[in-house]
Design a protein around this ligand. Structure first.
Ligand code: CA
Ligand code: CA
Ligand code: CA
Ligand code: CA
Length: 391
C-alpha cells in the first residue's frame, strides 16, 4: 500500500516510502552508522554524550538501535536498547485503544504469518457468537474464510466458508447488516464492476450474491462503511472516487438497497492526501459513526456528525503505527475493555520491533565510547550519515 516505486533498493525489494521518510538517507543501505548528541549538564557541571548506533540488515531495515549512554558520570543516564528485525512474513497486529485517544504504541502480533491472504476486512459478528470477526481471502485459491474473534483481541483459526474463488472481487467490505435481518453481510464489486451483496446467515456463512444497484462502475471507488453514517439507523456504503477524490455516501434503506446517494465532499479525500480511508463505527464516543484515515505518518479521525457530514480531521496517532502499516482494519473494541482497538497488516521486510529495554543509571550497561570530536563542544547534534553516504 505504501510502497513507493522510487524507494526500491538494488535488490528489487520495495520499501515503505514512509519508512524512507524516517531515515531518508540510509534506509536502503547496508551499513552501520551513528548519531551523537553532546549536551551540557549544568547540574553536574559536565558534558554528556549520547550516541546511538544503527545497523541495517540484509533487507536494509534498521536492525538494532543501541544508545550507548553518556560519558558524563551522572545519574541522569537514560539508555535505551531497541532491536528490530525485518518481518519474515506479513503479520497481523493489534493496537489496543489508549485510555483517552489513539492507540497503544506497543502492538501485539496476533497472527505472525498472514502471507496466505491477500485481502482482509473486519465484520461485526459473522458466526453468531457475539464477538467481532475478520474475513480474509486466500491469496492462492481466492477462497473466503473468517477468523473468529475470541473476544480478547485474538482470533481463532480461519474457517473457510466459500471455497470458490473471489479473487476477481475488489472493494470487498462489510457494512454490518445491510438488508435488515440483523445479520452482518458482505458487499463486493465483481470483476465486471458490478456490486453484489452476500447476505450473512449469522452462523458463519453467506448466501449466493445478489446484485445491488445497476451501475457497472463500482471499480472507480474505494469503498468502505462505518455502519450507519447518515443517522437513520440503517447501514450505509461510503466511498471515494478515484477521478476527483470526492467522498460519497449511498444511504442504505435497511432492505439491501439504498435510498439516496450524495456527494459529501467534492474533493480532498484522495489517496494523495489519505493513503487509506476506512470505516470505523463510533471512534469519538458521541454515538455517531466516524471514519479513520491514514497518510504515511499519521492516523486521523474524520468525525461523523450523525447526518452524513464529516467534521475537521484530527490526528489520533503518529509514527510507527502509520509508517509500519500496510492495511488498517477498523475493528472497534475487540478486547472487551470498552476501548476502541485497531488491527493492522504489516508487510514482509518491514522492521518489526523485537525488544526495547530502558536502563537508567551511571553510564548504563554496554560499551561507552570516547567522543571522536574535539571535546568539549557546545550543545549540538552531529551525524555520521553524510560520512556514510560518502563512503
Ligand atoms: Ca464472532
Ligand atoms: Ca443482513
Ligand atoms: Ca444510514
Ligand atoms: Ca463519533
Amino acid at each position: 500500500m505504501f510502497h513507493d516505486p522510487a524507494a526500491v533498493q538494488s535488490g528489487g525489494r520495495s520499501l515503505s516510502s514512509a519508512w524512507a521518510r524516517v531515515v531518508p538517507t540510509t534506509a536502503y543501505r547496508q551499513l552501520t552508522g551513528w548519531d551523537r548528541t553532546v549536551t551540557w549538564v549544568a547540574a553536574t557541571n559536565s558534558w554528556r554524550t549520547t550516541q546511538t548506533d544503527y545497523t541495517y540488515d540484509a533487507f536494509s531495515n534498521v536492525l538494532t538501535t543501541d544508545a550507548k549512554g553518556d560519558t558524563a558520570v551522572t545519574t541522569d543516564d537514560t539508555c535505551t536498547t531497541t532491536v528490530y528485525n525485518g518481518n519474515p512474513y506479513p503479520n497481523l497486529r493489534r493496537y489496543d485503544g489508549a485510555p483517552t485517544s489513539g492507540f497503544s504504541t506497543s502492538p501485539v502480533v496476533v497472527n505472525a504469518d498472514f502471507s496466505g491472504y491477500n485481502k482482509v476486512f473486519p465484520i461485526s459478528d459473522f458466526n453468531g457468537d457475539g464477538k467481532r470477526d475478520l474475513i480474509a481471502r486466500s491469496s492462492t485459491t481466492g477462497g473466503m474464510s473468517y477468523l473468529p474473534g475470541n473476544g480478547d483481541g485474538t482470533f481463532g483459526a480461519a474457517v473457510v466458508f466459500w471455497p470458490g474463488s473471489w479473487q476477481g472481487y475488489s472493494e470487498i467490505f462489510s457494512p454490518g447488516d445491510f438488508n435488515g435481518d440483523g445479520k452482518a453481510d458482505i458487499i463486493g464489486a465483481n470483476p465486471d464492476g458490478l456490486l453484489y451483496m452476500f447476505k450473512g446467515n449469522g452462523a458463519g456463512g453467506v448466501s449466493v450474491g445478489e446484485q445491488i444497484g445497476e451501475s457497472d462502475g463500482w471499480k472507480q471507488y474505494d469503498l468502505f462503511s462505518p455502519g450507519d453514517f447518515s443517522g437513520d439507523g440503517k447501514a450505509d456504503i461510503m466511498g471515494r472516487r478515484h477521478s476527483d477524490n470526492a467522498l460519497l455516501i449511498w444511504r442504505g434503506d435497511g432492505a439491501g438497497q439504498w435510498s439516496t446517494v450524495s456527494i459529501i465532499a467534492a474533493s480532498g479525500y484522495g489517496a494523495d492526501k489519505y493513503e487509506q480511508i476506512f470505516g470505523y463505527g463510533d471512534y469519538t464516543g458521541d454515538g455517531k459513526a466516524d471514519l479513520l484515515a491514514a497518510d504515511n505518518w499519521s492516523v486521523y479521525v474524520l468525525p461523523g456528525n450523525g447526518a452524513s457530514g464529516v467534521g475537521t480531521p484530527a490526528v489520533i496517532a503518529s509514527g510507527r503505527i502509520a509508517t509500519d502499516t500496510d492495511i488498517f482494519l477498523g475493528v472497534g473494541d475487540i478486547t472487551g475493555d470498552g476501548k476502541r482497538d485497531l488491527v493492522t497488516v504489516q508487510s514482509r521486510y518491514q522492521p518489526s520491533l523485537v525488544a526495547s529495554t530502558k536502563t537508567v543509571g551511571v553510564g548504563c550497561a554496554g560499551t561507552r565510547r570516547s567522543p571522536r570530536m574535539p571535546w568539549p563542544r557546545p550543545v549540538r547534534t552531529t551525524t555520521s550519515r553524510d560520512r556514510a553516504r560518502r563512503a
